[in-house]
Design a binder for this molecule. Structure first.
Ligand code: HEM
Length: 579
């Protein structure tokens, strides 16, 4: 890089003097002065003077070049030496951006994990001068407890996060702080714990699994074709969460797997939003202003999301205003929030209602489906875990009173209390989430000077990123076998034992602990048990599996699998074992 630049400069000056010069013949200054003396003998004094001054200029220039080389070498060595202290080289002007760019081209989360491991769990990312990328990145459970619980008020989501995702998430729960957040959290929390809402969600899941998911899977078996399991699971959870949020079934999961414009718009908008986090703010804001590139895509996809939401809100308002006698009472979030009033006694605006629903869809759609995708991939590599899950399913169902053996057929359905008893499955899903958390990194902002328990000083305005993915791969937290898939680490005497939320942060912790955690486990366990009981899920050979850079941890190339139906003798084997 440096050599061509210098040789280009020398070539220019040689040409200026009229001396033939090739970059590979680094002519020494002495040779040059000899040439100048021989030119003197021709008696042309003016030319000689000219040449002498040109020569002096050249010598000065060569000194300049040498100084330049020395400065550049110094900068390179100095920047590289910073790696020891800061975890990464720190370049003038660009800070750590070149290393981050390289990290983005590989597996970003593994790249981050390596640095955090070298830096004892916390490091300071220095972005380019005047950029918004400076931050503290941590995976230390002590710091997590401090920021998520002990000093919760000092670490809100903050202005940077809110500004970055506002176009998509508005003032919805994921993107709100203070009263706006509290209000939504309180209402949604009451709702999530109400029996009516639980029935709505479990009933809708039951219908989706038995009337849509299993028939779609069965049809792939009959046709001997492979399917993208991640896509199918995303459709399942999308339909399920739209029922919870809007009370509307978009019908993504059905035969033929149709492309639903709302689902597509939703996916595109989350993808384009996440790119803002790795782009200096001034650049994406300029792109947004000029309606260019990813910002143009974002604008278009948000329009698609808004159109769907506006339509549902308008229809629901009309429906509620009619007050049909004897009409079945709806218990979705949209209806609940529509019936509430704000602090001035006014109904919530359509925009706010849209924000609430979009945030819940984001919360409930991508998280459980990507968690299940990674889980099935891990099962494929750990068949002994799959066997233990199947054995547990058979043992739990066998405890049913008056059970007949023919019930162990393709039409078996699980009862909610049976799902609860499946501790090993619960442990296996938790283990999957430890290694592949659906939200791999999360973000906070410091609103007053503070210090982390590990001694890191935090200035007001600092951004803090907690690396949930990396936490699952820290020997200091999980021991030497931290990279192994071992559901047993979650069990004591066969019972599931939960871990501290600051060590296992897949569901966040403190006052902002995931509101849908219990439902998510139920949903994942129900879907997983229903699939595992009927099929072996085999990942197609050589299918590439790697995470995609997004708000949630998608598999970049989906999960191509082929299903094999389990035969009755296999189930019988497990029934005999449990007998
Ligand atoms: C495996 C499944 C899930 C995982 C791993 C998960 C994880 C998380 C995480 C990490 C957060 C914190 C996000 C943040 O503050 O930046 C969160 C918040 C939240 N989750 Fe979940 N989630 C899951 C499923 C669900 C489901 C199914 C729902 C409901 C439909 C849900 C509803 C929420 C809500 C409403 C919040 C916001 C809480 C708040 O800010 O007060 N989640 N979840």
């Amino acid at each position: 890089m440096l050599k061509p630049l210098l040789s280009f400069k020398l070539t220019m000056f040689m040409q200026f003097l009229g001396i033939p010069y090739h970059s590979n013949t680094m002519t020494k200054p002495i040779t040059l002065s000899l040439n100048l003396t021989s030119a003197d003998s021709s008696g042309r004094l003016a030319t000689t003077g000219n040449l002498l001054s040109r020569g002096a200029f050249l010598l000065r220039d060569i000194q300049f070049v040498e100084i330049l080389i020395a400065v550049v070498v110094f900068i390179v060595i100095h920047s590289l030496r910073q790696k020891k202290h800061h975890g990464l080289p720190v370049w003038p002007v660009l800070g750590m951006l070149p290393s981050m760019a390289a990290g983005l081209r590989t597996n970003m989360y593994e790249w981050l994990t390596d640095i955090l491991n070298q830096q004892n769990g916390t490091f300071r990312f220095k972005g380019p001068w005047f950029s918004s990328l400076h931050s503290i990145i941590t995976s230390d459970p002590r710091n997590l407890e401090h920021l998520l619980k002990t000093k919760f008020v000092v670490f809100p989501k903050g202005k940077y996060f809110r500004d970055t995702v506002r176009d998509l998430l508005g003032d919805g729960i994921f993107n709100a702080d203070d009263e706006t957040w509290q209000k939504q959290r309180k209402t949604a929390s009451i709702e999530f714990h109400s029996a009516k809402f639980r029935h709505l969600t479990t009933d809708s899941l039951f219908e989706l699994v038995h009337k849509r998911l299993l028939p779609v899977l069965e049809s792939s078996v009959k046709q001997y074709i492979s399917i993208d399991l991640q896509d199918i699971l995303l459709r399942l959870t999308f339909d399920n969460v739209c029922m919870m949020a809007f009370g509307v079934d978009p019908g993504c999961l059905r035969h033929g797997l149709p492309e639903i414009p709302f689902a597509k718009a939703f996916e595109d908008s989350t993808e384009a939003t996440v790119l803002r986090f790795v782009t200096p703010t001034c650049i994406w804001k300029t792109m947004r202003f000029l309606n260019l590139g990813t910002e143009r895509k974002l604008k278009k996809s948000i329009k698609g999301v808004d159109e769907f939401a506006d339509n549902v809100i308008r229809t629901r308002k009309k429906e509620l205003s009619l007050h049909f006698e004897g009409k079945k009472q709806r218990s979705d979030l949209l209806t609940i929030f529509m019936e509430l009033k704000d602090e001035n006694g006014q109904a919530y605006s359509d925009k706010f209602l849209r924000d609430i629903c979009v945030n819940f869809i984001l919360a409930g759609r991508d998280t459980s489906s990507v968690a299940l995708s990674w889980f099935f991939w891990l099962l494929h590599q750990n068949p002994q875990v799959e066997e233990k899950i199947l054995s547990e399913i058979c043992r739990v169902v066998k405890q049913r009173e008056g059970l007949k053996e023919e019930e162990f057929s393709n039409s078996l359905t699980f009862k909610p209390e049976e799902i609860k008893k499946m501790d090993y499955l619960h442990a296996a899903l938790s283990e999957g989430l430890r290694l592949y958390p659906s939200v791999p990194v999360d973000h906070k902002e410091v609103v007053e000077d503070d210090t982390f328990p590990d001694g890191t000083a935090l200035k007001k305005g600092t951004k803090v990123i907690y690396a949930i993915y990396s936490m699952g791969r820290m020997e200091a937290i999980w021991g030497k076998d931290c990279r192994e898939f071992k559901p047993e680490r979650w069990l004591r005497d066969g019972r599931f034992m939960s871990e501290s939320a600051y060590k296992f942060t897949a569901f966040n912790g403190g006052p902002r602990l995931c509101l849908g955690k219990d439902f998510a486990y139920y949903q994942m366990k129900y879907a997983a048990a229903s699939i595992i009981f009927r099929y072996h899920v085999k990942v197609v050979e050589n299918h590439p599996v790697e995470p995609k850079l997004a708000l949630t941890m998608y598999m970049k190339h989906g999960l191509k699998v082929k299903l094999d139906r389990r035969d009755a003798s296999e189930i019988q084997k497990y029934l005999d074992i449990v007998n």
